[in-house]
Design a protein around this ligand. Structure first.
Ligand code: ZN
Length: 489
């Protein structure tokens, strides 16, 4: 655990050496998705970024408890506590029970995350499963005097809080500006100040998701779940809180205020935020028609896509940029990523076949040092990839005989590629699955030929047996004039 890992802390706005509170244990909390639609490229970026962080911390021999929540209640259409709950709205439009909507999109999120080769978090808690913890936190904030109840709803008193603590320390926003810029929306008149935010909202009669509470039948405010669940699973003070830059305000700012108001101290030691993805220079939005889901990327089925892009091409594309830089999507950029990824995979295959020499003409130890320095420097995956491509050059030069590697150095280069390409960047060879497909095709051709032989010899029992056994295995044979076709059931 002796390491030089530094991370950029959004709170102090500088790079800091990473020193966990209770080494070797590390608490990592990441804001997960609100599950009301199919995952898109914007979901892939935090997932891949914090997966890389999780993998690197684990590689550095920390014991990481990685908590990523699922928001299944409380996230309203706009961030100012108004509008319909996003999940309820979807349920109404699709004629589903809200929890059916939740399950449907949890399933698609988890499927896409597996395709992107992200590791499962240690815990994936859901907001609706932690209503009691959230109510308990509201009670604490009320007791400390930083919240007030109006008509069965409870709001956080930002003005009162800011007299003792600094509201806006993460986002750099100041109260006067907020006051001037926050419109008083319809239905907001319960709040003492427009910048106050809801901790508990009383349910309207048509509201489907509701729980009883000391204040009213209703549902928790969106920001509350992350404060309640991070405290429950990681303690009152924990190491790293991550999420997308779009969550910095108001979501994370409000999380800080809630925890500080309730416990009198800050809960998060390092705040990390990944930057956003634009499409041809524009923000991604349904209304702009440039909203592309991950399934659409994988199938190529979207008017803006010139071809399908595999999950590893998407992962490689995201890793090519530093997580704090914006990324602009274009077909050209993804095609370049696909080429780069394939070149890297081809080199790992070549590496496996290299023969050692008696001595080396290349220095592997400096390459190793550079790779670690890149990751230690706030997860600079883009720099790491440039060093790995230096390694690709070495591999190709050794393969064509212009350079040499001793058997020790060859082993060291193999382990370096294994660690950085597969374990830390989380890339994987996608051709392995395709080989199985080809093998199945070849085997089916042999079986169909054997059955044709049996039929030619009028051995009907044998030919029927083959057909039956294949059917049991889920494969349907269709006889044609010459030979047969097969398909999966
Ligand atoms: Zn959150």
């Amino acid at each position: 655990m002796d390491n030089n890992f530094t991370i950029y802390n959004s709170l102090t706005r500088k790079k800091e050496p990473f020193k966990p509170l209770h080494p070797p244990f590390v608490g990592l909390y990441v804001c997960g998705p609100t599950v009301y639609s199919d995952p898109h490229l914007g979901h892939a970026r935090p997932a891949v970024t914090f997966d890389m962080l999780y993998r690197y911390l684990t590689h550095l021999e920390y014991k990481v408890r990685y908590v990523r929540n699922i928001t299944d209640v409380g996230h309203l259409e706009n961030d100012a506590d108004e509008g319909e709950d996003k999940i309820e709205k979807k349920a109404r439009l699709e004629h589903l029970e809200p929890m059916e909507v939740v399950q449907k999109y949890i399933n698609s999120f988890q499927k896409n995350m597996e395709e992107l080769n992200t590791l499962h978090p240690s815990i994936e808690p859901r907001a609706s499963g932690h209503i009691i913890e959230q109510q308990e936190l509201i009670r604490e904030i009320l007791e400390k005097g930083y919240a007030y109840e109006v008509n069965g709803s409870v709001y956080f008193d930002v003005l009162k809080y800011s007299k003792k603590f600094k509201y806006g320390k993460l986002s750099g926003r100041v109260l006067e500006e907020l006051q001037a810029n926050t419109r008083t929306l319809e239905g907001q008149e319960e709040k003492r100040n427009p910048f106050d935010f809801a901790l508990w909202k009383k349910a309207t009669p048509e509201h489907l998701m509701r729980w009883s509470s000391p204040w009213s039948e209703g549902s928790p405010g969106w920001h509350l779940e992350c404060s309640a669940m991070s405290t429950k699973y990681l303690g009152e003070v924990f190491d790293i809180h991550g999420g997308g830059m779009d969550l910095l305000f108001p979501h994370h700012e409000c999380e800080i205020a809630q925890s500080t108001a309730a416990k009198g101290k800050e809960s998060v030691r390092y705040w990390m935020h990944n930057n956003m993805i634009t499409i041809n220079g524009q923000k991604m939005a349904r209304s702009l028609g440039n909203f592309i889901t991950l399934e659409q990327f994988f199938s190529g089925d979207h008017p803006l896509l010139k071809q399908a892009y595999s999950p590893m091409t998407i992962r490689f594309f995201l890793l090519q940029a530093h997580y704090r830089s914006t990324i602009d999507f274009s077909n050209e950029a993804l095609q370049a990523a696909e080429k780069g990824f394939q070149k890297l995979m081809k080199a790992t295959e070549t590496l496996d076949k290299l023969k050692p020499s008696l001595a080396s003409s290349i220095d592997i130890s400096s390459l190793r040092k550079n790779c670690y320095e890149a990751m230690d420097d706030d997860l600079s995956s883009s720099v790491l990839l440039s060093y790995l491509f230096e390694g690709v050059k070495y591999i190709n030069s050794v393969s064509d005989g212009t350079e040499k590697l001793s058997s020790n150095d060859l082993e060291s280069l193999k382990s370096l590629f294994n660690v950085f390409v597969f374990d830390i960047l989380g890339l994987k060879d996608e051709t392995a699955g395709r080989c199985d497909e080809k093998l199945t095709d070849d085997l089916m051709k042999i079986i169909i030929d054997l059955r044709q032989d049996a039929k030619n010899k009028k051995e009907w029992a044998a030919s029927d047996k083959i057909r039956e056994e294949l059917k049991n295995a889920g494969i349907i044979l269709k006889d044609l004039k010459d030979g047969a076709e097969w398909e999966r059931e």
